[in-house]
Design a protein around this ligand. Structure first.
Ligand code: IPD
Ligand code: CA
Ligand code: CA
Length: 258
């Protein structure tokens, strides 16, 4: 019932994304930072997802990007990004998705990422594996960063810090390593899990950006840590998700100037 509700909730959110996509009248407003957007589709998707969860599990804890925390005493916590890639979405760019992770007693146990425009539904269950549209997926086998294809993202409010996003980006670019920037952390993670990218890093994410995606990478055989190499927690900002084989080399490159 948990898995079924997760899938139903993800599909309910995705139907909302499809409904409003490329609409000329989409209502858009700003959050903190000049291009940190929220649209009426974010709110409607969130409502559709939460209604579906509440019908089956009215007492489960929810953490959702727009609604915040709906705290309960339950062992189960749903971590929801009703649209990951809102700036893309608001510009009619189909690199965006619904992302939902479920924690049980503090450990991520299931996650979905669904991009209805590319028709890609990613699902992971702890200890069982990751799938794309029902077919098992696995990370790439690349062993050298110099031959890798990477992806990253940048926060809405630039982090002016030593070894910040632009410094690390320029370090890889100067070495001739391709680094893409899609604008959806959940898609970035899934494309590492599917073996399209060899690694993804980002300096500052929120729990809802990565909750599902990091489990999808791990269950596809990848490795996910923070920038210090510690096992990943979605409640701290930095993330490095790789095929495992280039992980240590990427950690060194990211931390080079510290
Ligand atoms: C954003 C995306 C983006 C990442 C930002 C996130 P949103 O999420 O995941 O790729 O670089 O840090 O905030 O705002 O589209 O849900
Ligand atoms: Ca997000
Ligand atoms: Ca979002």
């Amino acid at each position: 019932m948990l898995k079924e509700t997760l899938i139903n909730a993800t599909e309910a959110g995705a139907r909302v994304l499809q409904h409003y996509f490329a609409s000329k009248n989409l209502q858009i407003s700003n959050k903190e930072g000049i291009n940190n957007l929220v649209t009426e589709a974010d709110h409607a998707s969130e409502k559709a997802i939460m209604d579906t969860i509440h019908q089956q599990f009215p007492d489960h804890f929810i953490l959702s990007e727009e609604a915040g925390e709906i705290a309960t005493a339950s062992d189960y916590k749903w971590i929801i990004d009703p649209i990951d890639g809102t700036v893309n979405y608001a510009h009619g760019i189909p690199i965006c998705c619904v992302s939902i992770g479920i924690e049980h007693q503090g450990a991520m146990v299931m996650g979905t990422v669904y991009n209805p425009f590319l028709k890609e539904f990613y699902f992971a269950e702890k200890g069982v594996g990751s799938t794309l549209n029902g077919e098992p997926i696995s990370v790439s086998s690349e062993t050298e960063v110099s031959k890798a294809c990477l992806v990253t993202g940048f926060p809405y409010t630039y982090l002016d810090m030593p070894n910040g996003p632009l410094e690390v980006f320029s370090r890889f670019i100067r070495k001739g390593v391709p680094v893409r920037r899609l604008g959806s952390a959940a898609m970035d993670l899934c494309w590492v899990a599917a073996g399209r990218f060899d690694g993804f890093y980002e300096h500052k994410l929120q729990a809802w950006d990565s909750a599902a995606g990091f489990l999808i990478v791990e269950e596809a055989g990848g490795k996910v840590t923070d920038f210090s190499g510690k096992h990943y927690s979605p409640y701290q900002p930095s993330i490095l998700a790789t095929n495992g084989k280039i992980h240590d080399e990427m950690l060194l490159a990211i931390n080079q100037n510290k």
